[in-house]
Write a protein that binds this ligand. Structure first.
Ligand code: UTP
Length: 274
């Protein structure tokens, strides 16, 4: 069963400069919690126990976040402020963290391949923490996908409908509908212009991948933007066997963009913050 979750978190986050000059994008707080922590909580809710994080230069703050801070904890021990750390402590009790570095930023596909050393030969989940997913009325998006994996045993990408003019920001799929919210992928294009897009179903930052993806990625040539694209590797997997696209239940905020980040902050402050 799926136990590990990979977090590719080595990107430069240029859309958030200057904030991301010396701080990882994944540590930007939505209200009072960094993006990466929302992602880890979603993974824990899906029953995953090992968090494998692909980092890069200047990303040490993430490792410190999922570690004890003895001075701080000693300082606030016995005070009412201790409760602010309960969430992160419980995460550390429930999960194991491992890290590796992507030495050169050669794209998301390359970042996932860099994580092979932490994952090994088993199916795994992938979370892009800058896509913040909230599903107040149902299980988290990863939990929904882990449930589907148990049934279908193949790679799964989460998709949502986007306005046609936005297709060039995403990987876009075409597929045969096998349930009203599940498609068997027949085509996948990275960042197509609206006139070339096969549909408006865009891949968001949640994946379940079978481990054969690593061999495919090793043989995947750089694609759009000169980067190794996970979309190209998944298209190969779809041709060889099966990849499903799942229209998840819930809301996604594109926190890699300033507008999406502000929207997420307002939503979380109004609906989740106590
Ligand atoms: P993005 O396309 O959002 O790139 O990456 P980015 O560098 O993070 O941000 P911008 O576009 O410059 O503002 C999508 C995800 O893939 C990871 C990122 O960390 C992010 O979670 N990624 C991307 C890597 O880990 N390595 C890469 O080489 C590229």
């Amino acid at each position: 069963m799926i136990k590990k979750c990979l977090f590719p978190a080595a990107g430069y986050g240029t859309r958030f400069l200057p904030a991301t000059k010396s701080m990882p994008k994944e540590m930007l707080p939505v209200v009072n919690k960094p993006l990466i922590q929302y992602g880890v909580e979603e993974a824990i809710d899906a029953g995953l126990t090992t968090m494998a994080i692909v980092t890069g230069r200047g990303k040490r703050a993430m490792e410190d976040h999922f570690d004890v801070n003895y001075e701080l904890e000693h300082q606030i021990k016995g005070s009412s402020k201790e409760e602010y750390l309960e969430g992160i402590r419980s995460i550390m009790d429930k999960s194991v963290f491992s890290y590796t570095r992507q030495i050169e930023m050669k794209g998301l596909g390359h970042a996932i391949l860099s994580g092979e050393t932490l994952i090994g030969d088993e199916p795994f989940a992938v979370v892009l923490a800058d896509d913040l997913c909230i599903s107040p009325e149902t299980d988290g998006v990863l939990a929904q996908m882990v449930g589907l994996y148990k049934q279908f045993r193949c790679s799964i990408v989460a998709v949502e409908e986007v306005p046609m003019e936005d297709t060039q920001k995403y990987g876009v799929i075409k597929g045969d509908m096998i349930r009203d919210d599940i498609f068997k992928v027949t085509e996948m294009v990275e960042k197509p212009a609206p006139e070339d897009a096969p549909s408006n179903l865009a891949i968001i930052g949640r994946y379940i991948l079978t481990p054969d993806i690593f061999d495919i990625l090793r043989n995947t040539k750089p694609g759009v933007g000169g980067e190794v694209q996970i979309t190209d590797a998944l298209m190969q997997q779809a041709k060889d066997g099966c990849v499903l696209a799942y229209k998840f239940k819930g809301r996604r905020f594109d926190c890699g963009s300033v507008a999406g980040f502000v929207e997420a902050t307002n939503y979380c402050f109004e609906n989740l913050y106590e």
